[in-house]
Design a binder for this molecule. Sequence first.
Ligand code: GLN
Length: 544
Amino acid sequence: MTRFIFITGGVVSSLGKGLMAASLAALLQARGYRVRIRKFDPYLNVDPGTMSPYQHGEVYVTDDGAETDLDLGHYERFTGVPSRQSDNVTSGRIYSTIIAKERRGDYLGATVQVIPHVTDAIKQFARAETDGLDFVLCEIGGTVGDIESLPFMEAIRQLRNDLGRNGSVFVHLTLVPYIAAAGELKTKPTQHSVRDLTALGIQPDVLVCRCERPLPESERAKIALFCNVRKEAVIPALDARTIYGVPLQYHAEGLDAAVLDAFGIAAGPSPNLGRWDDIVDRIGNPEGEVTIGVVGKYTGLLDAYKSLHEALTHGGIANRVKVNIRWLDAELFEADAADVAARLEPMHAILVPGGFGERGSEGKIAAVRFARERKVPFFGICLGMQMACIEGARNTAGIDQASTTEFGPTTEPVVGLITEWESARGRQIREAGGDLGGTMRLGAFPAKLAGNSHVRGIYGAEDISERHRHRYEVNIHYREALEDGGLVFSGMSPDGSLPEIVERPDHPWFVGVQFHPELKSKPFDPHPLFASFVAAAVRQSRLV
Ligand code: GLN
């Protein structure tokens, strides 16, 4: 039997609902249960693919090519369960499906309404593809009281009846603020938010209370009394020193036991959380530190590079070092070369991440040049690889006008629009000037690594699969010129048509990848490229 855990949030946003869902799933998994986490996003975009990373943070891409909310990245990092298209739905997707059906005449003359049509579609989504699972955790985006999330609240209210008492549990995350003037933690906002929830017909079974200070027993009892929840099911949640300590903290406070109890399942002995202990130990007791400069565009909002940040941390875990990340705005590098050197000299390694658009590109190219000439470890990801190829073309292959068609017409399109590629859905063909939404090469694609290459050694394999999200590619016609300049194409799509990896054999660590390896890295299974890159930064730190 598949049981459902519905997770809502109250009082304010940014309390760490996604992290709580991911941690709870990890704890249930440690107890031997098979879990999957889903996210319901109330906004009207069909998917977050076209939303600005400044506003919404990174777009997390799944193996099956869905552009999803960044919380799915947390889910995957904490559980190791690869997310799928069916794990993220938005109001936009639900409505566009319903409206398309209405236009086809599928509703046979009925009036199409929020209840039951929208709520039914949400319920179907929640229950799809759940075979073999013990628990499905569904996180509802936003905060109770939002107009947008009402249909989702109504759908989960109905689901409780559909699934039966033992088939569903409601977990509500709230804030218990500390008021310095009174010297007290205040429970009123929690009471109000639970009242809002009960007004929608949802009585939470478990309350998770985010607080800056330890929650006194008296306040816990008060919350239990006023919110109609058992005292053991009021779980205090203080800030953790690292996000990877959150599962251990929630376990210590009894979250997994309270949820199982709400289902009427005996919790049994404590699960083995050894892998989380090890990660927290490695983060808490590093044997050294390195500083890595990330030269990108969206450096103002850290969520824009969420998975990258985590993957670098995982590289640190693998090497038992602390990774200090310096987010450097690429536009600052466009002034003069002396300035570039001054900013980059303190770095033990340089990374140019993925991105879109021309702004800051000359700064990124200058950063690649610095890393190449000074032999500082360099990692280029997606747009970063493309910039490495343009830098190589201009400065080592004599192609002064090298550019990408992404930035406008060019006589030397070292990077150009991908027009055709193979995918699981057959051959994909694109034309210049088409729609921008949902037209990228998205999801997992295989690549073949050259026999004696650096990356072949790093992966320890010839065949790999990595996730992609791009519209442009390095132009294969420039291969010979670039290779003559020392930039070797060491990974290709299996049919040999798309360059996937470039590297410089005459450099200590210089790798550019067309895909996003950061999406698959996990704290307990750091991605080999990030583990190796951070190891190279450690070697560099011993040189300087
Ligand atoms: N803008 C580039 C492209 O579309 C790179 C995309 C990325 O870095 N994710 O190919």
